[in-house]
Design a protein around this ligand. Structure first.
Ligand code: ACO
Length: 428
């Protein structure tokens, strides 16, 4: 293949270098387009064809349904690794040795105490607040309590910010959950693993011991790993672009949390469960909802189906589907919602509307069913996603800083009014 692409504008030819990734993906490097032409730019709403960076973190091939973190397949990581190992891998590039992992975990634990004044902020939120709004605000508030974490030119400071947020974020998640349910706010248990500690912090009742269930620990660990990174998606791009202004890690992360909240992104796990419940309450008629999803005059979409990048089975959905079966049978939960989900999946996979558009179940189609079996309320699902995505956002933010990427600043094609004279108010 040639190493250049040629573009002809108004009879004049311009050459641009091709950039080839390690998995043979090809991009046309148009960074000199505007300066070498007469201010011509590219236009790509939704960035469907735009690479915003070169990244060595996550590879995905949406056509083949492949997902790898730092070269390791998601299937192997979900089966063999634990969440903190995956977090280390994503952030620092290699699987940790036992010593590295122990130090990483010890550093996280030593920074897991949250300033008592943050309790006052938690208390100020109404119980009706959506947990994603609360958690985005609390993450942002951490900036005010940890001003030194904003030195983005110091690797040491970046490391400190990383272990701090990995330590404090689960506490904020647990506090958000407990406040909503009228439970006392508490700290974790330093003797527990990262995932075990999350469960205990969330679910421990004040008047009884918390008994950890290995099936639940395993399922939550798997879910967090599957959500840990997904290259330049909406929330991750938001984190990278916010961080490119040299704002600190916590402030960058809070923008990512807000972006994740939307139902077309991380909020889909909540939307899926609400949809399944609505179908169940409406008598379980999946065909009716399939018809609604296909009707162009109806805004209803089959939540948990389709993906901007996967035009094949989302590999994470396959793993989660199996995990959902295991968790439900181990916990002895019989959930009609799971049957509705299976029915919808079966119908959609043979329906030409979905087949032609390559709409397959995505990661969120089954995750809510597991969260529900674990006793996590629906409006906390996207927060659980954020808990898993945290190492991904951190690794992308760190990579962006280490690569010294320029400030993100897209351009536009202006289509508004041209110059016109001001009209005084009595003439409008
Ligand atoms: N139900 C019904 N039709 C759908 C669905 C769906 N879930 N998803 C896409 N389509 C249709 C669109 O109407 C469109 O049809 P058309 O070509 O006849 O106009 C076609 O499929 C392409 O859809 P787009 O919206 O253009 O695809 P895009 O790549 O922009 O969107 C998205 C991807 C946002 C995920 C979309 O599939 C969707 O809304 N899915 C439901 C929400 C969801 O599950 N989001 C979670 C994504 S995973 C994640 O973020 C972690």
């Amino acid at each position: 293949m040639s190493d250049k692409a040629t573009l002809e504008i108004d009879g004049k030819k311009y050459e641009f270098p091709l950039v080839v990734g390690t998995e043979k993906e090809v991009a046309v490097d148009i960074s000199s387009l505007r300066s070498t032409t007469d201010s011509v730019i590219t236009l790509d709403p939704g960035y469907k064809n735009t690479g915003s960076c070169q990244s060595a973190i996550t590879f995905l091939d949406g056509e083949k349904g492949v997902l790898r973190y730092r070269g390791y397949s998601i299937e192997e990581l979900a089966e063999k690794a634990d969440f903190l190992e995956v977090a280390f891998l994503l952030i620092f590039g290699e699987l940790p040795t036992k010593e590295q992992l122990d130090k990483f975990h010890a550093d996280i634990k030593s920074h897991s105490v949250v300033d008592e004044d943050i309790r006052k902020i938690v208390d100020a939120f109404p119980k009706s607040a959506h947990p994603m709004g609360v958690i985005a605000s609390l993450t942002s508030a951490l900036t005010a309590f940890n001003p030194s974490s904003v030195n983005v030119n110091s690797e040491e400071d970046m490391y400190k910010a990383i272990v701090k947020i990995l330590g404090k974020f689960p506490v904020l998640v647990a506090w958000t959950f407990r406040k909503k349910h009228g439970l006392p706010l508490d700290y974790g248990d330093k003797n527990l693993g990262y995932v075990e500690n999350i469960l205990k912090m969330m679910f421990k009742q004040p008047n009884e011991d918390y008994v950890l269930n290995p099936v639940v620990i395993n399922a939550l660990g798997k879910l967090l790993i599957l959500h840990a990174d997904h290259e330049q998606n909406c929330s991750t791009s938001t984190v990278r672009i916010a961080g490119s202004s040299h704002v600190g890690l916590f402030a960058s992360l809070s923008t990512g949390i807000s972006a994740l909240w939307g139902p077309l992104h991380g909020g889909a796990n909540q939307a899926v469960l609400e949809m399944l419940e609505a179908i169940n309450n409406d008598g379980g008629d999946t065909a009716k909802y399939m018809a609604k999803a296909k009707d162009k005059d109806d805004p209803f979409r089959l939540m948990g189906f389709g993906h901007r990048v996967y035009k094949n089975f989302d590999p994470r959905a396959k793993i989660i589907k199996k995990a959902a079966d295991e968790v439900l049978s181990n916990l002895g939960v019989e959930d009609p919602i799971l049957e509705i989900a299976k029915g919808l999946e079966k119908e959609a996979l043979k329906d030409s509307y979905f087949v032609d558009r390559k709409l397959y179940p995505n990661v969120d189609f089954y995750s809510g069913i597991i969260y529900r079996a674990m006793g996590i309320p629906t409006d906390m699902f996207t927060v659980m996603f954020a808990l898993g995505r945290l190492p991904g956002w951190i690794s992308q933010w760190r990579e962006m800083r280490l690569n010294k990427e320029p400030i993100g600043r897209p351009r536009q094609i202006y289509i508004g009014e041209t110059l016109r004279p001001f009209k005084s108010i009595d003439k409008r």
